[in-house]
Design a protein around this ligand. Structure first.
Ligand SMILES: Nc1nc2c(ncn2[C@@H]2O[C@H](COP(=O)(O)OP(=O)(O)OP(=O)(O)O)[C@@H](O)[C@H]2O)c(=O)[nH]1
Ligand SMILES: [Mg+2]
Length: 615
């Protein structure tokens, strides 16, 4: 018995292939598995007008014939007649989304080049129309050189016409499958865009604007320059805009501390409230404005549709580091916090790519580092401009972010050649329309961020601060003795100090490192608490934290401390989420190990360089 003619339904993800397949085959479907892989095989039967049966297979969506995932590999192998347990298809139905034509035509063009008898289903014309886009299928047909049928798969519109076209095609003599040579994506993309443009009859202004903006924002030279400028402005704003609200919060906290000191009697309770709670938590809460400004930008970039363009621009760079372009969005979210960033890696299909992305995500400068960076920069970097209105402090902050990103790319490159070696794939993504961000959404996003931050301040940070206060307050010092040196915390930190002395860290830092494991910001509150206790009741208790630091740390130590924080894996939540996402302790342990090693080396190198330069 000769097998039925096989017709493959192929196209980009979400084109509506399965919907069309269902409309064509109805209930006559079979679900199996391709041998050797975990990809399902959906097939169904279709009877042509003259009574001849054909078999239809619904292939997994793919962006190109150069696969990035196991699903895409099956699609390619079936189409090229190389899939085990499947015969070569006799004809193709390519499904494209009319409202997303230039993206979907890329793959369609590759498929048409295979030379099989082919029909293009121009699907989702209902959605295109709703968006104000009208296309000319005849023009498209002329450009592509194969029949084009308009369909709305979910409403079964155009199904009969499609079946009639299949009828003609199966009757025609078939020619063999041509080999696929991996094609260069850039010319392919350009052709797809030109054809999609030619097929447009009319287009709404929003769509037209999107195309025009993309012409500038995705330009090979202007695009990256604009992206760099956007990021730079963002980091300058974090400093410049926060000055006033920070000073308000500072005076508020000082007032509260003063009030508490006035009403409470001398002694331990007063020390706990004023030094422990108000001193520690207050030192962190001050950073709320900066964190909100950072999130304001991230929310704006996301809502406007620019974020995905940024990912597109970064794709080449990501590939250079051995990462998938899909890694960009998880890594960018990690600027806010590594926990959602690591969770977002679930969109990366290649397991090695994904693992690498998880392992480097903590190197992205999360918002919890901001308090530490800000404190040290404010204390040690002069507040002056370096010309053109660019502030030195903002520049140093920008430099710290760049170091984090550079470290992540280098780490990824190294990991991909060693522990996470293995093939990756080409990456493509769809660009959404530009949108005016809604004020309401941004406000809600910021409100949620503020709440999360304050909750952290009230729980983890408060808890560790009080614990540290207790460790730093007992046993009580005898007269003439320094309280910190007499305390348990002082003893512990002397132990740590032995380890970190070679990289220029002093006792204050050793004391802050341990509680900072709970959350990075705690380093700031820990230093705040310790200094409050140490100052005792003398007049200097009211001196701002920065001024105290300036008196006690050398510039070399401060810079080493910054370098440490760029790399150190100090966050329990990140370690926990890594364990969950990688199903075990192996990778989180590896991550903590290599990041601490990097932190130690970076801090040491910074310290000794600074000392050598005479800072
Ligand atoms: N409005 C509208 N929606 C459609 C049309 N065709 C498909 N859809 C919807 O689009 C979504 C994706 O359709 P699918 O058929 O699952 O797409 P697919 O190409 O099989 O996707 P993958 O298999 O994931 O690549 C579903 O929610 C469908 O209901 C259409 O012509 N018009
Ligand atoms: Mg499908």
């Amino acid at each position: 018995m000769t097998p039925l003619p096989l017709v493959a339904v192929a196209g980009s993800p979400n084109a509506g292939k399965s919907a069309l397949f269902n409309a064509l085959t109805g209930a006559r479907q079979k679900v199996g598995n391709y041998p050797g892989v975990t990809v399902e095989r959906h097939s169904g039967r279709l009877t042509l007008a003259d009574g001849r049966p054909v078999e239809l297979v619904d292939l997994p969506g793919a962006y190109s014939l150069d696969p990035a995932s196991p699903d895409e590999a099956v699609t390619r192998d079936v189409l090229l007649g190389k899939q085990k347990g499947e015969r070569a298809p006799d004809a193709l139905v390519i499904v494209v989304d009319a409202s997303n034509l230039d993206n979907h035509l890329r793959f369609a063009l590759q498929l048409i080049e295979l030379g099989l008898p082919t029909i293009v289903a121009l699907n989702m014309v209902d959605l295109a129309k709703r968006d104000g886009l009208q296309l000319d299928p005849k023009r498209l047909e002329a450009e592509l050189g194969v029949p084009v049928i308009e369909t709305v798969a979910v409403r079964k519109r155009g199904i009969q016409e499609l079946q009639a076209a299949l009828d003609d095609m199966i009757s025609a003599p078939r020619c063999g499958v041509h080999e696929h040579a991996p094609s260069d994506l850039i010319p392919l993309q350009r052709r797809a865009r030109d054809i999609a443009k030619a097929a447009v009859v009319s287009e709404s202004p929003v769509r037209r604007w999107t195309h025009r903006l993309d012409g500038v924002l995705l330009h090979p030279i202007a695009g990256p320059a604009i992206l760099a400028a956007v990021l730079f402005v963002m980091f300058q704003a974090v400093f410049a805009w926060s000055e006033v609200p920070v000073s308000w919060i500072e005076s508020g906290i000082a007032l509260i501390a003063q009030g508490a000191a006035d009403v409470l009697p001398h002694g331990l309770l007063r020390s706990l409230i004023v030094d422990g709670v108000i001193g520690g938590v207050g030192a962190v809460v001050v950073f709320l404005p900066q964190i909100l400004i950072l999130f304001f930008f991230i929310l704006l970039l996301e809502a406007s549709g620019y974020m995905v363009r940024a990912a597109f621009l970064m794709d080449k760079l990501m590939h250079g580091a051995g990462l998938s372009g899909r890694a960009f969005i998880p890594l960018l979210s990690s600027f806010a916090c590594a926990v959602p960033g690591i969770m977002a890696t679930r969109t990366i299909d290649n397991p090695k790519d994904r693992l690498t992305t998880i392992l480097v995500a903590p190197l992205m400068t999360c918002s919890a580092r901001l308090p530490v960076y800000t404190l040290i920069i404010a204390a040690f970097i002069p507040d002056r401009t370096v010309g053109l209105g660019v502030g030195l402090q903002g520049l140093v902050m920008f430099g710290l972010y760049v170091t984090g990103v550079g470290g992540a790319l280098l780490a990824a490159l190294t990991l991909r050649r060693t522990v996470t070696k293995g093939g990756g794939g080409a990456f493509m993504m769809e660009l959404p329309k530009y949108q005016m961000p809604q004020l309401k959404d941004v406000v809600i996003g910021l409100y949620q961020r503020a709440l999360i931050f304050l909750k952290r301040a009230g729980t983890i940070i408060l808890g560790t601060t009080v614990l540290l206060w207790a460790l730093a307050s007992f046993p009580q010092a005898k007269p003439g003795e320094s309280q910190i040196e007499a305390s348990i915390a002082g003893k512990i930190s002397s132990g740590i100090e032995v380890l970190v002395k070679p990289i220029g860290f002093n006792r204050d830092i050793s004391l802050a490192l341990l509680p900072a494991m709970a959350a990075r910001e705690v380093a700031v509150s820990a230093i705040g608490t310790v200094y409050s206790i140490d100052a005792g009741d003398d007049q200097s208790a009211n001196v701002a934290l920065e001024d105290r630091l300036r008196g006690r740390w050398s510039l070399a130590t401060a810079l080493a401390f910054l370098a440490w924080f760029v790399f150190a894996p100090q966050c329990i939540s990140t370690i926990a989420v890594t364990r969950r996402e990688t199903n075990g302790w192996k990778w989180p342990a590896f991550m903590v190990g290599y990041l601490f090693a990097l932190a130690y080396i970076a801090a040491g190198a910074t310290y000794w360089t600074a000392v050598a330069l005479g800072l």
